[in-house]
Write a new protein. Structure first.
Ligand code: DNO
Ligand code: MN
Length: 426
């Protein structure tokens, strides 16, 4: 696999020169300054690409070229937005970029309730607390029917969320939170769930948004009546529309799984388990329609067994996120060490290293490499003061990357593949 790193552009305090020192080979980034729904021009793409190349690395993956809400819920300007997307894709292809990550999660991209949860080692990790999330839904968002939905989940409606929460008196916990919550607590929760995580990934919310909760409600309203089947059909329509461009320019599309891997806030979610993955791959059977194998997002759901998933889907995986989650007995989850948790990254690295060998034999040079990044990392040793996006610390991610580099070198040794560590004389 190619060792890559998510970098947020020229203003990122973590510079390309720093990344070069820690063995990063390829960059994962986006044109973060282009507003949602506008075309990415060749000039802007080329400018960033050349800047990355001037540091001896390549722009390996676009994460993300965002799919606007209208394409997801099937709004009136959907066709126009699909055209915009196609134009951006063609421009990327013309500039020699061949891998694009996106997600099909309505409204909310990835979600956590606590961004600095204490780890036993004194560092911190991202954390998802179901009771806090339910409190946010019922009492801050005040979503219609939310309390009834949560009750049905807790009472056992057969869903994966219901299984995750088995035996937990979630409604009592929500009440306990409500009894102690004040305006500041609510504000912090909104910051964590909506602003600090969403701000830089979905483009829907921005730092400084005055009324994020109101904006949230407006976005949720767009999905009124949109079912899981509707969302699936909209994804299929969109994929079919863009595949000719992907064929022409040899672009791999890779959808990021839902995080957490459950439907939330009454919204349908369609990429969070084996059956979902199989569905979208079969719906559009073109090898350019592929998956971002995010071991972290998938392992946050007890229903997902990661090694068999990788064994099943490696040929349609075009981008890998190697991190792992730990699920507490009550169903909450946090990000584990890259050497622990539910995802066995050693086994996954073995599968994907073999997959890269296969790609060397079967694909054109432009899409032979299989890019991998460690995704999130701990916040540690003063990362807090360095200016970073939630989960995207410098030292914490570097620690994870070093561990994963060791795993890959070991696996390569077993497989008889020559491992190279960039940046050294030998
Ligand atoms: C979560 C992370 C996310 C991801 C976006 C993609 O696992 O990888 O930041 O990049 O959800 O849209
Ligand atoms: Mn991920």
């Amino acid at each position: 696999m190619e060792k890559t790193w998510r970098w947020f552009g020229k203003n990122d305090k973590i510079t390309l020169a720093m990344l070069k020192q820690i063995g990063v080979e390829g960059i994962v980034t986006a044109l973060h300054d282009v507003p949602l729904g506008e075309v990415w021009t060749r000039e802007k793409i080329r400018d960033l690409k050349e800047y990355i190349e001037s540091y001896g690395m390549r722009w390996s993956v676009v994460e993300s070229l965002p799919v606007t809400e209208t394409i997801k819920y099937g709004g009136p300007d959907r066709d126009q937005q699909i055209e915009v997307y196609k134009e951006s894709l063609a421009n990327l292809g013309k500039e020699g970029i061949h891998c694009v990550c996106y997600n099909f999660m309505p409204v909310l991209d990835w979600a956590r309730t606590d961004l600095l949860h204490d780890n036993p080692n004194g560092a911190s990790n991202l954390y998802f607390n179901w009771a806090e999330f339910a409190y946010f839904d019922i009492h801050i968002l005040k979503r219609e029917g939310a309390a009834e939905e949560w009750k049905a989940i807790v009472e056992g409606n057969g869903s994966n969320a219901s299984k995750a929460l088995q035996g937990r008196d979630l409604m009592a916990e929500v009440e306990a939170i409500r009894a102690k919550a004040d305006a500041q607590y609510d504000r912090e929760l909104v910051e964590n769930i909506v602003i600090k995580t969403q701000g830089f990934v979905s483009g829907n919310f921005k730092e400084g948004d005055e009324k994020p909760v109101e904006l949230f409600r407006e976005l949720l309203a767009l999905y009124k009546g949109v079912t899981k089947d509707d969302l699936r059909n909209n994804m299929k329509t969109w994929l079919e529309a863009i595949m000719p461009i992907c064929d022409e320019y040899d672009i791999d599309m890779c959808v990021h799984p839902d995080d957490p891997p459950f439907p939330i806030l009454g919204l349908p979610r369609i990429v969070n388990c084996e059956e979902d993955i199989q569905w979208f791959l079969d719906a559009v059977p073109n090898e350019h329609n592929g998956l971002t194998f995010c071991a972290g997002s998938l392992s946050a759901g007890g229903h997902n067994d990661l090694t068999p998933l990788a064994e099943k889907f490696h040929e349609r995986t075009h981008f890998v996120h190697l991190r792992s989650c730990y699920i507490f007995p009550n169903g909450d989850f946090t990000e584990a060490s890259h050497l622990g948790g539910r995802a066995n990254l050693i086994e996954l690295a073995r599968i994907f290293e073999k997959e890269e060998q296969r790609r060397m034999q079967t694909r054109k040079p432009s899409t032979q490499k299989l890019p991998m990044r460690v995704d999130h990392g701990m916040t540690m040793l003063g990362d807090e003061d360095k200016g970073y996006n939630a989960g995207y610390s410098f030292l914490g991610r570097m620690f994870g990357l070093a561990q994963v580099q060791g795993i890959i070198a070991t696996v390569d040794n077993e497989l008889g593949i020559k491992y190279t560590q960039p940046g050294f004389f030998g």
